[in-house]
Design a protein around this ligand. Structure first.
Ligand code: NAD
Length: 464
């Protein structure tokens, strides 16, 4: 689908000013005030509107209701944008976000408790604590590949932390963008949350404003634009970027099981997943031995003709389709290769005997092509990884504790996962984020609260 064109009549300054007023206005307009509840009034007079735990919990609950009330509308939008099947779309977008909301709601009171801090003896008698406070008005810029999850999961953190937020969905997922623009203001406090739709001009107009945090998910080129725009305002930035996430395949591992898990992780959303296994570094004989297992796993998962599989997605637009089909000659086809530009269908494809300098190995693939790159041993695999950008995720299938220990000690990546690609991001107890070229900062669960809060140091020493 071609990107939408927009004329920019967005008054970005007005949007941000409105939210900033909400953030800094004392809460005299709250229902508690109107009902004249004195206790609430006393607290609210001295706090900001979005700061109260009640407001935060209310917003999260409202977001939950939106997702359940409009489940079918949202699934339809995701099918329209990316051909996502209903089961996959529910699990990876709506269900994922609901889980993040529930996890946060269950723990928010605990997370917001001031944390006592120990003091050195020379400062005693005194007490100290840390308190998480909201940052103010934050901007969330989302990409197209999980257009719902990647707009809303950061928003969960922003609201839990008591911020106002502008959400900028991706113009490359126009149906989901429109649904978010329609529904979020209806369910959430529209004085505190705004959705701005649009492409480069609208995002550029937003980035010219001062925010208290910018949370960007997408590619590193735009990541640099975001960071540059943030610099004059000293705005802190989270960059959730991508890159090539390698898989190390060690001899002695169960290749049939590894192939099934590789296929599930790689071809989810037709390979358009930031943490998809990008390529396999196959040590020794595993390069040849894994081939029939991968072919069998593709057939088992998507049937003889994946074009007809309900749960197999489509490439987002023709530009990406053309980019991907140009990579199909990078190796010997083990399975797949079929494609149809009119429907933007590209079959789950495995390429063998891929050379490190092949076109498919130059950039993040971000599509359903899995190259197998043979390497002689673990030393060569580790050297291969370390010669390139630090990945968002590093995966390994191995039965060897020594291999695990060496990968942990001798490489760096956003996450390191043994035995199950992609799954680490579904655990809100684990931080999700990159390192180096794969990004900066982290979120999910309590890490989101940290990202969108300032941890304030409080020391209290009696005068006498
Ligand atoms: P995209 O094209 O949708 O861009 C992301 C956002 O940036 C959009 O909202 C878009 O409007 C905005 N944008 C684009 N150009 C801009 C410009 N010149 N100035 C300001 N804003 C601009 O998405 P994409 O970048 O193609 O997304 C794919 C990339 O994102 C891949 O590299 C993938 O690995 C990465 N990604 C990372 C994560 C993660 O969580 N780490 C998740 C998903 C995708």
């Amino acid at each position: 689908m071609a990107p939408q064109t927009h004329t920019t009549d967005l008054d970005a300054a007005a949007v941000v000013d409105r939210l900033r007023r909400t953030f800094t206005t004392h809460r005299t307009t709250s229902p508690e005030w109107r009902r004249g509840q004195l206790a609430a009034l006393r607290t609210l007079l001295t706090t900001h509107r979005t700061t109260s735990p009640e407001w935060r919990r209310g917003q999260l609950a409202a977001l939950r209701t939106l997702l359940t009330d409009h489940r079918d509308d949202l699934l339809a939008a995701l099918a329209e944008d990316l051909g996502k099947g209903p089961e996959e779309a529910y699990r990876t977008e709506i269900g994922f976000t609901l889980h993040e909301i529930d996890h946060t709601l269950d723990r928010l009171d605990d997370w917001l408790e001031p944390r006592p801090a120990e003091l050195p003896e020379r400062l005693l008698p005194a007490t100290a604590r840390t308190v998480r406070e909201p940052l103010g008005v934050v901007l969330v810029i989302a990409p197209w590949n999980y257009p719902l999850q990647l707009a809303l999961a950061p928003l969960v953190g922003a609201l839990a932390a008591g911020n106002c937020a502008v959400v900028k969905p991706s113009e490359l997922a126009p149906a989901t963008s429109a649904a978010l623009a329609r529904l979020l203001p209806r369910y959430l406090d529209s004085d505190a949350v705004a959705v701005v739709e649009g492409a480069v001009p609208e995002t550029t107009a937003l980035l010219a404003q001062r925010f208290d945090h910018i949370f960007y998910t997408g590619n590193g080129t735009v990541g640099r634009i975001v960071l540059t725009a943030a610099a004059p305002h000293l705005t802190p930035v989270t960059l959730e970027l991508g890159g090539k996430s390698p898989v190390v395949l060690d001899p002695g591992t169960d290749l049939a099981a590894a192939a099934r898990r590789l296929v599930t992780g790689k071809f989810l959303n037709a390979g358009q997943t930031c943490v998809a296994p990008d390529y396999v570094l196959a040590i020794g004989d595993t390069a040849r031995e894994i081939e029939p297992h991968l072919a069998a796993a593709v057939r088992e998962t998507y049937g003889a003709d994946p074009a007809g599989a309900k749960e197999y997605g489509r490439i987002v637009n023709e530009r990406h389709f053309d980019r991907l089909t140009a990579l199909l000659d990078s190796g010997r086809t083990v399975i797949g290769g079929a494609h149809d530009r009119t429907t933007r269908y590209l079959a789950p494809t495995v390429l063998a005997d891929v050379a490190p300098d092949a076109p498919v190995m130059q950039e993040e693939i971000f599509g359903p092509i899995l190259p197998i790159v043979p390497v002689p041993d673990l030393d060569a695999a580790i050297a291969f990884i370390n010669e390139r950008d630090k990945p968002l995720a590093l995966y390994a299938f191995t039965a060897s504790e020594d291999t695990k220990r060496r990968l942990l000690a001798e490489t760096s990546s956003g996450a390191l996962t043994f035995g199950l690609p992609v799954a680490h991001l579904t655990a809100p107890e684990l931080p999700f984020g990159g390192v180096g070229e794969s990004g900066m900062g982290r979120y999910h669960g309590e890490y989101s609260l940290d990202t969108f809060s300032h941890t304030r140091a409080v020391l209290d020493k009696p005068l006498v």
